[in-house]
Design a binder for this molecule. Sequence first.
Ligand code: GLA
Length: 400
Amino acid sequence: MLGDKELELTDLVQRAENTFETNFKKKPQWVASAPGRVNLIGEHTDYNGGYVFPMAIQRSVVLAAAPSDETGENGETIVNIYSHNLGETKSLKIIDNKIKRSLTWTDYIAGIFAGFLALGAEIPSLDIVVDGNVPLGGGLSSSAALEVSVATLLEAVTGKNLSALDKVLLCQKAEHDFAGVPCGIMDQFASVNGKKDHLLLLDCKSTKAYVVPFENPDISILIIDSNVKHQLANGEYAKRREECEKAAEILGVELLRDVKMADLEAKESEMDATVFKRARHVIAETERTANAAKAMKRGEWSLVGELMLESHASLRDDYEVSCNELDLLVELVMDCGKSKGVLGTRMTGGGFGGCTVSLVPKKILEEIIQDVSARYFEKTGIQPAVFTTRPAQGAQMVKQ
Ligand code: GLA
């Protein structure tokens, strides 16, 4: 289990406020929070205009902030940021309404400031504490949670209120331009729009979301962090996007979302085998995702589980974004739990490490956690981190 990472949002808020007072010797004026997300199914479909089916989780980034009267030598705006988790302070400078990348964790924050500056917002000097319990680099969108929390804070600080979609797009642009990851919109969308006890079936082409209730108290959403992070992730993510664009070009469409499997198969001979496999995953996954949402609405839980397992196999074999540790976790969850009623499991997020998500009957949850953790450790020498969550509310100002 994850110790302090299991703090409730209210405890996290309290801790951020205390840390702020200790560090900056004053009380924070604003507190903002934004959750991470887990995607139940619909992976690597967002940048292809397909469906995704995520929810916000009960793990968040919390910011405590107040104005400061510090300015640079030439009157520049100064933003001091203390990270509770890293135990370090970094300062950002806004010069001539511009802010620069610095190739460190503050870029997620700087990217959002850049977005607000581009909209003409006036940003004063600020002191900020960043705290949170979304595992870093675990495929649960810690970076989107940070971006969205900063955007939420800056709305309050500058009075520049954005529509939910504009906020999502501003955060996505920060990730593209400042973090260098050409992500889709799923993570930022879930962090902004998460709804307690609901999943979001998001059509990434129209950007319209349909909410699906998840209230069954007998089913737990179990997240297991493999605790492996593979370095190739970013380059490989961009490569997958390019392969999808290549497939779309050959098929004469803008987005793979608009292709039927039969149309892809008809063009197989014109495509590189890898490009074909990538497209096959995207087209099948989009259909699986829509079907999973329908099945959940009707309470057909075993179908939801089957679709999750198919999704994992497709990500492993056709999209090649899984890794041995994630495959092992999927195998162990089904091995320990299939006969006891585990519904389904799969890798979640971008891949190459990070977490699995599983739907597990509540009554066997502890048993599955014990069994899978012990067997994973036995085989890999790595202790997995495990927690459960319910669908949570999206970003909010806690204090303003
Ligand atoms: C990352 C990206 C998302 C999405 C997933 C894969 O989380 O940020 O936009 O593409 O990978 O589904």
